[in-house]
Design a protein around this ligand. Structure first.
Ligand code: PLP
Length: 398
């Protein structure tokens, strides 16, 4: 069980939205909010103490993610990393062309950045995905033209958990890039993967990667963008020249230290956690699909984040399911957190071919390291009971 507020069990199953910060990260951060409060740019000892912590964290993170330490740029989180990657590459590559390729299922941080660039004269191709949410490598190849400068494809989807074949895509892009005679920058939003899946930046072959600490039990408001050496990049934030001129602003030292601690532990515990989470994830999928008629799994069965379950149900509203679960002390999501306040059906579910009505019934359950089998048994019991009850209400009937 996750926690108990004295009134019964509380089960948090919304880890794709955010995770509880782990105590080791919190403890590592505290000194940098109190005694070690210096600005890393100051040359005195208090400043240099902070500089050392930032350098050590950068070194640790780069080793954990298979990058050079000079390639790590600290940002305020996934949204900033995505914005910086898309606009930074598009601006820097303008003399080679104005065409960007992305997919219809990206996070809004990517989609809205691309839409903004369209208003400034860039051309964007939004690739479709198949019913499982997979991008077709042939579609990527066929979309490339002489003016293509940037391709942004997420590593795993935040709503339906589908994992894309990024390395294979990069191989094809590099061949095409040789044909057209200039570099095509490849960015991947790995916000849902870092901490959960093994990441080796160098061997994946991409040029830029976004990550966010609060998705792997680190603090909120800190993230990173890895920018491969020599990748053309125009910074979004300019000023004091921090982060080797790629992201100005006084560094969030406690955040950086907390993020590196959280990532270190997430990587150490990754295999063990994933084994348990995959078992629990499959248990939910199997039991719900078998006990609730006309329920459907969204996303790919195999190429799927270990902690993601995304379901749709005939003849029920996702918001009503969420409220019912909330009443029972279970916290999940109807889609991505960012769109949960909107009544629009999810763009991801529409892209995989769900009808508007079915998309409105979506439920995302995302597990975490503290999720236990009793939580899942309770969830399955409550959820299947809830849906049967909702469907038997006159208003829900045909
Ligand atoms: N990209 C993906 C795939 C996400 O899931 C999220 C957050 O949900 C973001 C980007 C934005 O990250 P942040 O909340 O750190 O701004």
């Amino acid at each position: 069980m996750n926690s108990d507020d004295g009134n019964g069990k509380l089960i948090y199953l919304d880890h794709a939205s955010t995770t509880p910060m782990r105590s080791e990260a919190f403890d590592a951060m505290l000194p940098f909010m109190r005694s070690h409060f210096g600005n890393p740019s100051s040359i005195h000892d208090v400043g240099q103490q902070a500089r050392k912590a930032v350098d050590e964290s950068r070194e640790k993170i780069s080793t954990l993610l298979g990058a050079r330490s000079s390639e790590i740029v600290f940002t305020s989180g996934g949204t900033e990393s995505d914005n910086a990657a898309i606009k930074g590459a598009a601006f820097a590559m303008k003399s080679y062309g104005n065409h960007i390729i992305t997919t219809q299922i990206e996070h809004h941080a990517v989609l809205h950045s691309c839409q903004q660039l369209e208003r400034f004269g860039y051309e964007v191709t939004y690739l479709p995905v198949n019913v499982h949410g997979m991008v077709d490598i042939e579609d990527v190849k066929n979309a490339i033209k002489p003016t293509t400068i940037l391709i942004s494809i997420m590593m795993a989807n935040n709503e339906i958990g589908t994992i894309q074949p990024i390395s294979e895509i990069v191989e094809e892009v590099n061949l095409k890039s040789e044909e057209i005679g200039h570099k095509i920058i490849v960015h991947s939003d790995a916000v849902q993967c870092v901490g959960t899946l093994p990441i080796d930046f160098k061997s994946i072959g991409i040029d830029m990667l976004s990550a966010s600490a609060h998705k792997f039990q680190g603090p909120r408001g800190i993230g990173l963008l890895i920018i491969k050496r020599n990748t053309p990049f125009e910074p979004l934030l300019i000023g004091g020249g921090q982060e080797r001129d790629r992201r100005s602003g006084t560094e969030n030292v406690p955040g950086i230290v907390g993020m590196s601690k959280a990532l270190e532990l997430a990587v150490i515990e990754q295999n063990e956690n994933n084994k348990k989470t995959i078992y629990l994830r499959n248990k939910i999928i199997f039991e719900i699909l078998n006990s609730v008629e006309n329920s459907y799994l969204n996303g790919d069965t195999h190429n799927r984040l270990p902690n993601n379950v995304s379901l749709c149900f005939d003849k029920v509203e996702g918001e009503t399911i969420l409220l019912g679960l909330n009443f029972a002390g279970i916290f999940a999501s109807s889609g991505s957190a960012c769109s949960s306040a909107s009544i629009e059906p999810s763009h991801v579910l529409l892209a995989i071919g769900r009808s508007e009505e079915l998309a409105r019934s979506a439920l995302r359950i995302s597990l975490g390291a503290t999720t236990e089998i009793e939580d899942i048994d309770y969830l399955v019991q409550i959820l299947s009971g809830l849906i049967h009850k909702m469907r038997s209400m006159p208003i829900m009937a045909d």
